[in-house]
Structures are given as C-alpha cells and as structure tokens.
Write a protein that binds this ligand. Sequence first.
Ligand code: ATP
Ligand code: MG
Length: 751
Amino acid sequence: MNPTDATDPNAAAQPAPPRAATPGDALESRLLAIEAAARFHNVELDREELRYPAGQPPAPAALVEWVRDSGLWAKAVRMKFAQLLKVEVASPVILLLRDGSAAILTTADPARNIVWLADPRGNSGDPPVAVDELRLSRVWGGEVLLLRAIRELTDDNAPFNFLWVWGVVRREHKLLRDMFIGSFALSILTLVPPIMVMTTLDRVLTYRSVSTLGLITTIVVVALLYETILGYTRRKITHIVGARVDAKISLHVFKRMLRLPLDFFERQQAGEITYRLMQVNKIREFLTGKMLSTMLDMVTLVVLVPVIFLLQPTLAWVTVVCAGLIALIIMAFLGPVSRSVGRWISAETQKSSVMVETLHGIRTIKSLALETQQRDLWDRRTATSVQLKLEASDMANWPQTLVNPIEGFMSRGIILLGALLAIANPGSVNPGMLVGFMMISGRVAAPLIGLARLMDDMQEVRIAVGFVQSVVNQKPESANPSAGLRPKVEGALSFNTVNYTYPGTKTRALDGITFDVPAGTMLGLVGKSGSGKSTIARLLQGITRDYEGFLKLDGNDMREINLPHLRRNLGVVLQENFLFRGTIRENIIAGRPGLTLTDAVRAARLAGAEEFIERMPNGYETWIEEGSPNLSGGQRQRLAIARALIHDPKLMILDEATSALDPESEALVNANLTRIGKGRTMVIVSHRLASLTDCDMILVLDHGKALDLAPHSVLLERCTIYRQLWLQQNRHLEAPTTPRGGAVALAQGDD
Ligand SMILES: Nc1ncnc2c1ncn2[C@@H]1O[C@H](COP(=O)(O)OP(=O)(O)OP(=O)(O)O)[C@@H](O)[C@H]1O
Ligand SMILES: [Mg+2]
C-alpha cells in the first residue's frame, strides 16, 4: 500500500480504497517512517522507548519525545503546502497523514507545484510518487515531523553551569524584550509624580493657577492608570518567565540525575544528593527574581540619571558618589560574607543528611532504640549550623550597618544640602525642584545599591551552582543513551578472564573469572560472603562496566550493548525490592507500555503470587503503601519476581532473592524456580546450597576466583570448598551425597 495511492482522487472515491488500513497498519507506517529518518542520521530508535497511553495512537508530541530521547533534534510543526514546497530536503521530512500513517517527503518541486512522497512501508527501490496540493490535502492536514542531527552539545549533554541556566532564561527573549520595554515605559512614568510635585509647588501655589492644577490632575490620573497596568503586566511576565525556566531546569536536572550510574548513588548519601539538587531552586529564583529585577531597574537609571543631572548637577553628583560608596562597601565584604555563608551551608547539608538518613532507617533506629543517639547527632549538627549561621549573619550585618548612614544622608541630608545651596546661591534651587529631586534620587540609588547586593547574592548562587554541578555534571552511565547494540537477548553468557576491582579498594572483587554457559541454563552462584557473587550480578546488569577482560552476552560484548535495552531484557530480583505506591497490578506492570491485567495475572501465576493476591480484599487492585507494610516478606518477594517476569526476560538474575524469607515462603518460591526457568537463563545467587541443587550448573566462587563449574552432584564429589559448605549446612542429612530438591531439603528443616 502506498500513501500516495490515497492522494489519487479516483482511488479515494473507490468503495474499498486500497488504503483501508487498520489503525495498527497506519501506526506501523508512521513508526517505520520515523525509524527510517532516524537511521538516516545513524540512530537506531527503540520502539520500547516510545511511550503513549494504551488504546490510542501516539500523539505527535510522544513521537517527538521518542526521537529526542535518542539524541536527535525533532519537532512537530504545522505547514501549508506552499511551505512544504520550500522545504530544503537535506534530511527526511515526515508528513503525518490524517489516517495515522505517514509519508516521507523526498523532494519538493516548486516550479511544478508538486512534492514527491515515498511510502515508508515500500521497498527502498520503490520510486517516490508525485503529488499536488489538492491530492495531498485529502489525506494530509498539515502535520509535519522534522528530524535533524544535533551538531553542537545537546541540552542534555551540555555541562551544567551558570551560563547554561542563563541560556535557558535567555531563550525566553521575546518575553524578556517585552519586560524591558515595559520597564522603560514605567521608568518614564515614574517621572510624573516628581514633576507634578515640582509644578504644583512652583507654579500652582505661587501663581494660584487652577487650570494648571486641573491639567496636572488629569496627567497624574492617566499616568497612574498606565503605571498600574504596566506594573501588572511586568509582574505577570516575570512569573511566566520564572515558571517556564523553572520547568525546564527541573526537567533537565532530573533527567541528568537519572542518567548517573548506580555506584554514584551508592557512594553518596541520599540526603546530600537531595540537598545539592534542591539548590537549583536558588539559582532559578535568583535569575528570574533579583537578577532580572535589578537589570530592569538598570533600565530605569538610563532615564533617571540624566534627569537628576538636569535638575541640579551638584546634588546629582552627591547622590551618585553616595551610591558608589555604598556599592564599594558591599563589594568589600563580598569575600568574607560568602566564605562564612559557605561554611554555614555545608553545616546545613550535614544536618539535613541526618534527617534523611533517620527517615530512611527509621525501622532500624526504632528497633535498635537508637533514637537518643540520632537525636544527639541532630542536636550537635543543629548547634553547629546555628552557630555558623549566626557568624554568617554577623558578617553580613557589617556592610548593612556601614551602608545605613550613607543611605540616610542620601534621603535626608540632601534636602539640607539643597537648602544650603539655595541660601548660598539664591535662584539655583527652588523648593519644588528640591522635593522633586529627592523623589527621583531615591529611585536612582536603589538600583545602584541593588547591583552591589546582586554581587553578594551571586556568591551564594555560585555555591549553589557548585552543589548542583557536583551531582549533575558527574559522568553519566553512558554518554549517549541511544548508542550501542540492541541485539535480541537469548541468554548465553561467556566470561573470559574478567577482573574487577571496586573503586577505592585494592583487592580484586573478581579475579580472572572465566566460564561459559549456554542460553537457557539455570546457573547457581555459591561462595562465602564477599566472594564476588553480587559483583557478577552487577556486571551482568551493566551497573559496572569498567571491568577488565571480556564478558559476552550471546556473543556480544556487554560494554557494546545499549544499556536501557540490556536492562529491559533482564529480570532482576534482589534481597530487598522496592515496591512503589500503587496497586498490586501497577506494581507488577511497573509502567511498561502496552501491558494489561492479563499479563500481570500470568506473571503472578508464574511467580507463585497468584494465590495470595486473590486472597487480598481487592485482588490485583489492592493498594500498596510505600514500604509495603501490608505485605509479608515472602509476598513482597513473590511480587518482585512477578514484576521481573512481566516482560518475559530471557535472562533472570536473582541475588539472594529468597534469603530473607522464612523456610515456607522460600520453599514456595524455590518450587516455582524450575517452572520460571523454562526457556530462559537464570543466574541465582544463594548462600543456601540446598536451594540450588536443581540448577543445571553451579559456579563456586572463592575470594573473587571461579573455583569450579559443575552440577551439584559433581561438585560434591570433586570440589572441596563446595563439599565443606554443603556439609556445614546439611550435617543433619544422613546421606549428604544424595542430591535433593531445594524445596524438599528446606521442608526438612534446612539451617
Ligand atoms: N560498593 C563496593 N565498594 C567497595 N567494595 C565492595 C563494594 N561492594 C562489594 N565490595 C567488595 O567486593 C567483594 C565482593 O563483594 P560481593 O558483594 O560481590 O560479595 P558477595 O559474594 O555477594 O557476598 P555476600 O554473600 O555477602 O552478598 C567483597 O570483598 C566486598 O568487600
Ligand atoms: Mg551479595
């Protein structure tokens, strides 16, 4: 089927036009078109990353997001046919047709008023078809998707710094321009009251002119009206700019945070990270608040400074010098103030991390009765913070104190100086002018002082930027989330002399690990605590990629595989699994697009969770709170297994998934493992050997070395360490060499 067939009026008139496509067909054509366009820029899109509500076709915005997530530039726009003719087809342009399908614009021919379209579903050899405006308008409403490669650093990859944030603000240039125009107009209007006072005092009172008073009143009323409207608009625009910048920055920061590798989060305290990221609010507040308003006030200066010099040069000079002095004082204290503020802020950080840590570990704290200890710690941190805050405020108090008399002189002293001038040189100053001058000079000083204060705030913002940078500018997990292979995962694993040393440690956690297992193997990992079992599981999940040697999944180097793709194809169950707030169904589906209750039920059945879910008051719709207090450990674990199974992964990793369970729950889960393991590779870490006896292969680890790889019965015969571990755990069994099913062994009272 060709979209251009449809543009043939005759074809459209037929009772059963060839393009009577099903919605799925149309969507397929759209996706193919976008994928082809992305491929043009050497980017492979992943359909799993396309997010849209189930049951309806993805909106253009969702398509744009999909493309952007893979590092390309994309935009959905509306175009007229005439604009389409002018498009320079340097890269593919996609027309989104009304029926949900798409066509690719290959060339535009303005001379003949036609465009050439290709069908994304056609073979690459199919020639494009010429279409004119009338025929196109029957199937196309004007929606176009543009795709381009990004040459410069994309927003996502640009390092976070003050300039970047300022760039975000600057992108609102249209609104900013309006604001500047508004401010300029406002500053002219601020001249009205002083001029009015001057005129009233000098003319109206002296000559008792009622008509002048009437005129002045009218001007004042009109000016007041304008001022009110302008003021309202300026504030409104400020809020809009603030909100937009806020949204952009917080989206960016969150996105960047999610791209950081897991070990970054393991190294840093959650409280610390939260605090640092929250500093972004300070930056945004500063940029769209103080900085913007000071800059706008500067506009006022352009109007007001000449006016005061016109009114009275001597007094004008005094005003400017005073303002300059104030600025100097504030600048002189910049360094000391910012240093002591910095000390206070770092104390605050430490204090808040106690709070977060306490909240996270509240169960442990309560059960170990550590409340007093935590309170003491909090007390100490609070005391330090309060002390440093006092020191910082003390320091900041100095410039304010010194500035105060100068400010006082500016507002009150000038009137005396003016009077002195009037006495010494009659006619040079009259009362109306003096009052008018006072009113204007007040507005001159404020922005100048504001500018100096801005420098002060700048220091704080610089610290805030540093904090945010320390999180956001960390090396992301992968430089380009869309890069890498996306092979079909079967589950064959191959380790070849893999060494790994954790950063900051000296001994190898993995030391020359070499083994191969074919797809579909049920592989057990055993070894003493610290022997490297979890490290192998981490390598398989791509959490750590800076190992030495080769680790291959189905023959593909693990480091070459696209990370999101890898993780989507894994099922991982850990000892502790986080269940989100939501229903049981939502927790099992975990936001994966296109999955329904039926899938959740299938996964739950396979995980052995169906039995207890059905006994729950609301079944699959039972609500789970954070921390899932209404579920037992075994139930939680079975839910986690169901969640891992929902997308039928070909590689499952269970790291001590059953260790925290009571024997009965463990037996239940283990009994399901063989069933779960059908058709996929399972990597099961367990320190209870009895639960691994059914494994096809067991890898014995010791101090990061792979000692042996064989089934249970063989290991019992030939691997000393394995035999020792087995005997330790199963001394009560009369015939330890008889392999038993894990569940059976447990039912008999393992451990
Ligand atoms: N995040 C880390 N930073 C530094 N060293 C680590 C880290 N995680 C593990 N190690 C070290 O690496 C080695 C292997 O740890 P691993 O977690 O793989 O052991 P394990 O076999 O899973 O032990 P267990 O049975 O106790 O879970 C240990 O010596 C451990 O001290
Ligand atoms: Mg472990």
